[in-house]
Design a binder for this molecule. Structure first.
Ligand SMILES: Nc1nc2c(c(=O)[nH]1)N[C@H]1C(S)=C(S)[C@@H](COP(=O)(O)OP(=O)(O)OC[C@H]3O[C@@H](n4cnc5c(=O)[nH]c(N)nc54)[C@H](O)[C@@H]3O)O[C@H]1N2
Ligand SMILES: Nc1nc2c(c(=O)[nH]1)N[C@H]1C(S)=C(S)[C@@H](COP(=O)(O)OP(=O)(O)OC[C@H]3O[C@@H](n4cnc5c(=O)[nH]c(N)nc54)[C@H](O)[C@@H]3O)O[C@H]1N2
Ligand code: SF4
Ligand SMILES: [Mo]
Length: 752
């Protein structure tokens, strides 16, 4: 333990993924000495994954920007904050004055959700832009979950969370929580939690086209053909109804649409699903019966089920399975959280509840969701001329060039913009196109509270951590950057304009994230509990640096429903209507015929279905600059089944060329029977060999971007979510010749 008198222990939450692990960070002066799991954290109880050390690496990374930069010929020059803010606002206003407000677009990436400053100050900034062209990583991720929650329970964030710690039957569809540490299910230490299910005699069943790290720890694993889960889920419900196992129990008093659902699944018996999904009808029948007859059972689905052509339907049917069997809102089933800051309750009557399809995108007519268009059409909106064309873009905490479908096309589109600004601390594949980059403080230099992930956690807890290191005097937090930009966007000429701006600044000085947090905690469900000495406030959390346990998830329906009639809507019209697409894609009279998703890979020339793969030491696109996380063997490989490799005369380790409608990449082949025949898997977030990025370590471990293969036209038509999984690709041996140099690009200079 600590050796030096300067040594200090600091407790906080790791902000890198949804798991919210408590970390104990030992420092000496300005240096991080060690990062350990915090055993006293009531939520994570000491668990940590390898990525936690990345917190230190990001903090110390010489490539991390610490002041604003402006792109100039051959590199970047340092600029002052005020100059940068003024320039961004002036350019955006000018473009809006000439081309209309929608000429400015906005993209928010995943880490925004992990930053309380970005969460609180992003929305006002967006309002100040007054643009309809808003995008985020939601539409390459959990959008179907939000739509299903909105339509069924009345709020986009009222998402059922599997009660993993009390369930006896955990059916996992298209998720790999052992690696991801859970998503829409914050649950640090999934290996231990899965083992606990089995130790108490419960069962874990995984349905996935790959025998994942989660499947390895399950009782049962079934391969499924990518993109066909909707048929499996319909068949499970069919079997439950057909064998009279539907038993919503106490939910029956407030469930709407049970007979309609029963009728809707009638055309989809297990036999119809079997040939297409690859899951035998007997297995589907047995799983349905086991699931329905286990009192504490829950079905959970994630990325594999949501980022595919029937994402909305899949998540609806998953929720429906939990309702129909009475597992919703029951211990060991799928439950709702009651976080210390109850965003869902607070916004029950505001537009934050969510909305869908109020308008359509200009070029492709895709539906909005809660004010955002699908990011799969961002490049179209930039490249297609006409009124409303995006000519300037602001990105915050995102890397859509690597994280959205047909990233190459977006890469080209960004290069064509009149103006781009990025709020980010790296010059990466996306931000290299910016004219100005405004870097916020790093994860250890800011206060932390999880506004969103406490809403999605398997247990109610609360935790606040102040900044570990004081930021430099000339550093700015995300919220300060957004606040300054908002004030400038809203500033109007004349005396009245100056008065309004002055008033706004005064409010801003008093309304810091800390103030909002304190108010949210005091007025939240645990804030005014009588008889408790320590009702929650910011002060109470500051006195409990390991966090406070608020107990297991508790039944809360029907009170917590946000639907106007306080009922669960089991058969919402938009979802019922979308079943026509299932009929069209998988016609019942031709169960064995190759369908619109592409033929299974039974011949050397046949297409393989491309899926993704998350890895324990990788975090989307942005942590490959940590030497400790990327060292070792090349992890950006293509996984292929031995039969498919043999059919193409390919050998392990060989470089192959993978091509789709939109592009092709060359990667090393890894042959393994952990992947289903007919399927190929490449992890996302790689491809750091583009000129002009400033990520020294990452560019030496470049890999390729799987999103140079994913197709911006492959979507879940209902939600607009990208179908990143199940992309048909062709595979052949790469032409011999010099291998592409892994990241030979020289980082750009930054001049003082
Ligand atoms: N280490 C690490 N952890 C992370 C992240 C990371 O990048 N690295 N990212 C974080 C983020 S942003 C998120 S959203 C979460 C995601 O968390 P998860 O959803 O748990 O993670 P994935 O690995 O994407 O899991 C998707 C699974 O679906 C399978 N799959 C693909 N297509 C299909 C299909 O058609 N049907 C079925 N049934 N399965 C399919 C894949 O093989 C994969 O196992 O992880 C978070 N945690
Ligand atoms: N093919 C395929 N594509 C995928 C996925 C997949 O499974 N397969 N997964 C999808 C999913 S689930 C997600 S969430 C997306 C992620 O996609 P994005 O959110 O677009 O990208 P990230 O890779 O998370 O990049 C995050 C950026 O935020 C910056 N950053 C980090 N912390 C902060 C901060 O505190 N403030 C600010 N301002 N910036 C910060 C980083 O430097 C980096 O540039 O990728 C999606 N893309
Ligand atoms: S699982 Fe890893 S990355 Fe996620 S919060 Fe925990 S330590 Fe951080
Ligand atoms: Mo995500």
């Amino acid at each position: 333990m600590s050796t030096s008198p300067d040594a200090r222990l600091h407790h906080r939450t790791c902000s890198l993924c949804e798991a919210m692990c408590g970390v104990e960070i030992e420092t000496e002066g300005e240096r991080v000495i060690a990062i350990r799991g915090d055993k006293a954290d009531p939520f994570s109880q000491g668990y940590l994954c390898p990525k936690a050390t990345g917190l230190q690496d990001i903090h110390e990374d010489p490539d991390r920007l610490r002041h604003p930069v402006r792109r100039v010929k051959g590199g970047w020059e340092r600029v002052g904050w005020d100059e940068a803010f003024d320039e961004v606002a002036a350019r955006l206003k000018d473009i809006q004055a000439r081309h209309g407000r929608d000429a400015v677009g906005f993209y928010a990436g995943n880490p925004s959700v992990h930053s309380i400053g970005a969460l609180l100050f992003g929305p006002p900034f967006l309002r100040s832009l007054r643009t309809r062209n808003r995008f985020s990583a939601t539409s390459v991720d959990q959008l179907p979950h939000q739509l299903a929650a909105l339509l069924m329970f009345g709020h986009q964030l009222l998402v059922p969370i599997p009660d993993v710690d009390r369930t006896d039957f955990f059916l996992v569809i298209g998720a790999n929580p052992v690696v991801s540490n859970g998503s829409l299910m914050s649950a640090p230490g999934m290996p231990r939690r899965l083992q606990a299910i089995r130790d108490r005699g419960g069962r874990v069943v995984v349905v996935d086209p790959r025998r994942t790290e989660t499947a390895e720890r399950a009782d049962e694993h079934h391969f499924i053909r990518p993109g066909t889960d909707v048929l499996l889920l319909l068949a499970l419900l069919h079997e439950i109804f057909a064998s009279s196992l539907a038993a919503p129990g106490r939910l029956a008093g407030f469930v709407e649409g049970l007979p309609t659902l029963e009728q809707a699944v009638r055309p989809f018996p297990p036999e119809r699903a079997a040939a297409t999904t690859g899951v035998p009808a007997e297995v589907i029948r047995r799983l349905a019966r086991e699931f329905a007859s286990t009192p504490r059972a829950t079905v959970y689905a994630r990325m594999g089920a949501s980022t595919q052509p029937f994402g909305g339907l899949c998540i609806w049917l998953v929720n429906a399975l939990n309702v129909v069997t009475g597992s919703l809102d029951r211990e060991g089933g799928a439950m709702f959280t009651l976080p210390a800051i109850d965003i869902v309750g607070m916004s029950a009557r505001s537009s934050l509840r969510g909305h869908h399809d109020r308008r359509r995108s200009r070029v492709r007519g895709l539906p909005e969701f809660s004010g955002e268009f699908p990011v799969a059409t961002l490049a179209d909106e930039i490249l297609t001329e006409g009124a409303g064309q995006i000519r300037a873009l602001v990105t915050a905490a995102g890397n859509p060039v690597l994280s959205t479908p047909n990233g190459r096309r977006l890469d080209d589109a960004l290069a064509s913009l009149d103006f781009m600004a990025s709020i980010d601390f790296y010059i990466n594949e996306t931000t290299r196109h910016a004219h100005l980059i405004l870097p916020p403080t790093g994860p250890l230099e800011r206060d932390h509270y999880d506004l969103i992930f406490h809403v999605l956690a398997v247990r109610n807890t609360a935790k606040f951590a102040p900044a570990l290191f004081a930021p430099a005097d000339d550093a700015r937090h995300d919220w300060q950057i957004l606040g300054e930009l908002t004030a400038r966007m809203e500033a109007r000429p004349g005396l009245q304009g100056r008065l309004a701006a002055g008033a706004r600044k005064a409010v801003l000085r008093r309304l810091t994230p800390r103030h909002v947090l304190d108010l949210g905690l005091r007025t939240g469900p645990y804030g005014v509990r009588r008889g408790l000495r320590d009702s929650l406030s910011l002060g109470a959390l500051e006195r409990a640096p390991h966090g406070i346990d608020l107990g297991p998830l508790a039944p809360c329906l029907p009170e917590r429903l946000i639907t106007p009639d306080k009922r669960i809507h089991l058969a919402p019209e938009p979802l019922l209507q979308d079943l026509a697409r299932v009929e069209a894609t998988f016609p019942s009279d031709a169960p064995d015929a190759p369908d619109a998703l592409g033929a299974p890979g039974t011949s050397a020339s046949g297409a393989l279905m491309l899926i993704g793969r998350r890895q324990l030491r990788s975090n989307n696109s942005w942590m490959h600059n940590s030497h400790r996380l990327v060292k070792g063997r090349d992890r950006c490989t293509a996984l292929m089944h031995p039969e498919d490799a043999a059919r193409r005369s390919l050998t392990n380790g060989q470089r192959i060329r993978v091509s789709s409608r939109v592009g092709s990449v060359e990667v090393a082949l890894e042959i393994s029977d952990e992947i289903m025949p007919g399927v190929i898997s490449i992890p996302h977030g790689w491809g750091h060999d583009r000129a002009g990025i400033r990520l020294g370590v990452a560019s030496r471990h470049a890999g390729v971007s799987v999103n140079d293969l994913t197709d911006e036209h492959a979507l879940d038509a209902l939600t607009g979510n990208a179908a990143l999984n199940g992309v048909p690709v062709q595979v052949e041996a790469a032409a011999p010749g010099p291998q592409p140099a892994d990241g030979g690009t020289r980082p750009p200079d930054i001049t003082a």
